[in-house]
Design a protein around this ligand. Structure first.
Ligand code: BG6
Length: 488
């Protein structure tokens, strides 16, 4: 596995700790060897020492001294500029040598953990030096990190650049939300149980809410984030992926293409939000100074290395319709934001009211059934239903049936990157975004971005104090439809 951008944040926080944890669980192929490709001068020993410190800090499981000692023998450093021919020539020789020394059998997994501006150059060099071609009986694959483009034209171009060097079946576009255990469980919940699917449609479901809330601000990622904003950073990829898992039809089988065929149909069926609908159905917000857990924090525009006039959104809420038979008139409300009171990602499927007879006569009524899929933290699933409070009179209160991963399975879920790296090694692309999924997602997002940034009278950018649940306008988006956001 060759990691481009090996001295970066992603390698230290996610990739190497993930590989270490796979090794600790006994699942790492014995020959797996990592070559970190980056510009800074460094020896293998220095590289290993840095990664050890990072892994001790970020690993899911405590790092054992013995295991680390054997694990680090798999790590090598390769110093080169991304544009330097000689660096790739040496890389090819080095990989051949590693094949002989460590039994990697000519298999190559290239991981592009670099800024998008570097993609094209690296792809061209891999192509020029034949590194994209596997020897007979071996394989060569590429993993591409997000952001996968900033709009449809750039995504198309990027897809072409990658396609020149690697066929689609060897291209793995990471969306780490798909590697989260609870996201994988959505299909199991829906299709391994008989009781949900008959209700999973417009006859019984009133609406769906998808929330990804973070208490953190933009931190040190200001310059990247400011060019992106919440819609591109989270909705275009992670949240549309979750939405498509909730809304898709059952696939004919579990192969990568069958699953992704069904997901892409959902994305293609999203009703475009264009013209006046942008102001009506999408709320964008930016946090001002406030307090999180009693600690005062600065506003978005005062964050490190950020434009004090920035109009980038750190919050977005939108109402999405899926124009197909199953979901006719069932809105999906999606919201995501930074500097909200707490961190959590959940999908809430809100069922329709029971008929207004018997217990439902009063206008105050009893509550509806809600199935909540908690993606993180406290991963699990709960179903809210009504129950009679014990006693002489009939008083009804909502209660919950609750499943927690931790208590049911007695062990922590693996990190998303652990699952995804293993899948890429074994060539299973089910949990990776296919080219058409990414492109159709941009097709949906672009008109909203254009209305915000390219129109003469853009819809307003709303403010919300850090530590609140977002702008008032987002509450109004729901109130207008006689609904309300759930409190996490
Ligand atoms: C990333 C976004 O893809 O996902 C970040 O760029 C966001 O802005 C992160 O914070 C959230 O991921 P997780 O796994 O921490 O919920």
């Amino acid at each position: 596995m060759v990691i481009f951008g090996a001295t970066g944040d992603l390698t230290q926080r996610k990739l190497i700790p993930a590989l270490y944890n796979i090794a600790a669980d006994g699942d790492l192929p014995a020959a797996l060897t990592v070559v970190g490709f980056a510009r800074r001068e460094k020896t293998d020993e220095q590289f290993r020492a840095e990664l050890e410190a990072a892994t001790r800090q970020f690993s899911r499981q405590a790092v054992g001294d013995e295991l680390w000692k054997s694990f680090e023998q798999r790590l090598y450093y390769h110093c080169s500029e991304f544009a330097d021919d000689d660096g790739y020539k040496r890389l090819a020789e080095r990989l051949d040598q590693i094949d002989k020394d460590r039994g990697t059998r000519g298999n190559r997994l290239f991981y592009l953990a670099v800024a998008p501006a570097e993609f094209e150059g690296i792809m061209q060099k891999l192509y020029a030096f034949g590194l994209n071609h596997a020897a007979r009986g071996s394989w060569a694959r590429v993993i591409v990190e997000k952001p996968f483009g900033i709009d449809l034209p750039s995504a198309l171009e990027l897809n072409q650049v990658v396609a020149r060097a690697f066929p689609e079946r060897d291209t793995f576009r990471i969306d780490h939300f798909l590697g989260k255990e609870t996201a994988q469980n959505i299909m199991v919940l829906r299709f391994a149980n008989a009781i949900f699917e008959p209700l999973w449609n417009h006859h019984y479901i009133d609406h769906v809410q998808i929330t990804a809330s973070e208490s953190l601000g933009v931190g040190s990622r200001g310059p990247y984030y400011d060019k992106s904003g919440a819609l591109r950073d989270m909705v275009q990829n992670h949240l549309l992926q979750l939405l498509s898992l909730v809304a898709m039809e059952p696939p004919t089988d579990l192969s990568a293409d069958s699953v992704r065929d069904e997901k892409v149909k959902v994305i293609r069926a999203l009703r475009p939000i264009t013209g006046d609908a942008v102001a009506r159905d999408v709320v964008r917000g930016q946090y001002t100074a406030g307090a999180i857990n009693g600690e005062t924090v600065v506003g978005y525009r005062q964050e490190e290395r950020l434009d004090p006039q920035s109009t980038t959104e750190s919050y977005v809420a939108l109402k999405v319709n899926i124009d197909n038979w199953r979901w006719a008139d069932v809105p999906f409300y999606v919201r995501v934001g930074k500097r909200l009171p707490k961190s959590g990602t959940e999908i809430a499927v809100q069922f329709k009211n029971a008929p207004s007879v018997l217990f439902n006569k009063e206008s105050t009524g009893v509550g509806t059934n809600v199935l909540v899929i908690r993606i993180q933290p406290d991963e699990g699933i709960s179903l809210r239903m009504q129950a009679k409070i014990p006693g002489g009179t009939v008083r009804i209160e909502p209660v919950k049936m609750d499943f927690h991963y931790g208590t049911s399975f007695g062990k922590a879920s693996p990190e998303a990157y652990e699952r995804l790296l293993l899948d890429a090694m074994s060539g299973d692309a089910t949990l990776f975004a296919r080219r058409d999924e990414v492109e159709h997602a941009w097709k949906f997002i672009d008109p909203i971005e254009n209305a915000w940034h390219k129109s003469d009278s853009p819809p307003k950018l709303c403010e919300y104090p850090a530590g609140s649940w977002g702008p008032q306008e987002a509450e109004q988006l729901m109130e207008r439809d006689g609904r309300a956001w759930r409190r996490l």
